[in-house]
Ligand binder design. Structure first.
Ligand code: ADP
Length: 202
């Protein structure tokens, strides 16, 4: 698998929910495995939508992953610190993939840059915007620093146009700007929406 970049680099895949970010990450990682490259995939431990230790797309494809609580866990795992009696740290993988990177922590930015500087192809997938259509945490930083950025779209559930935003619904109604990000006990769902049909109540 020839990369257009010399040595390590950073690839970022963004878009709203259901835009196929996980699918695209799985596609790139699977091709690297076919090319006999050493690949390691991570995802935040809070997201156990389908499997505890696999990245899964909404369409059901999966790839093995390690669930982590933050960038420090990734560092420790790459250094082989979870393996006892290791004489020296294992070699870095050729490819490191991380899904749902917006849910990790800001330390993922220096980690991704360090890995890329050390020759690793780093592939990150995550939401570019939150449910209010505001830039999500450290994603703008990653987008600015990446060699390659792919913005994917979903299909608007209202009109069928390309969807660039994630509509948050609470009890079937559009969420308010100030609604807490974590709502205990509320019936909450998300839909892909275009700019016209994305609603944030004030
Ligand atoms: P993401 O990681 O961006 O949330 P996934 O890769 O998990 O996306 O899932 C993408 C898949 O979700 C699509 O291939 C399609 O099968 C399914 N899907 C469900 N709802 C939609 C929608 N509104 N627009 C596009 N794809 C959708």
């Amino acid at each position: 698998l020839k990369s257009p970049y010399h040595g390590g680099h950073l690839e970022v895949i963004v878009g709203p929910m259901f835009s196929g970010k996980s699918e695209e990450l799985i596609r790139r990682v699977t091709r690297a495995v076919i090319a006999r490259q050493r690949v390691q995939v991570y995802k935040p431990a809070i997201d156990d939508r389908y499997h505890a230790a696999a990245v899964a797309s909404h369409a059901g494809r999966t790839v093995d992953a390690v669930a982590v609580r933050g960038a420090a866990d990734i560092r420790a795992h790459l250094a082989g610190e979870d393996t006892l009696l290791r004489a020296e740290p294992p070699p870095l993988p050729d490819v490191v993939g991380i899904d749902e990177v917006q849910f990790l922590n800001g330390e993922v930015v220096p980690l991704a840059l360090e890995l890329a500087d050390q020759g690793v192809r780093v592939i990150l997938a995550g939401l570019d915007l939150d449910f209010r259509a505001e830039p999500f945490g450290w994603m703008p930083d990653l987008l600015a620093r990446a060699e390659s950025v792919e913005k994917l779209t979903a299909i608007c559930t209202v009109c069928g146009a390309p969807a660039t935003r994630s509509q948050r619904l609470i009890g079937g109604e559009p969420a308010r700007f100030d609604d807490p990000v974590v709502l205990v006990g509320a019936l909450e769902s998300y839909e892909a929406r275009c700019r016209v049909h994305h609603v944030v109540r004030s």
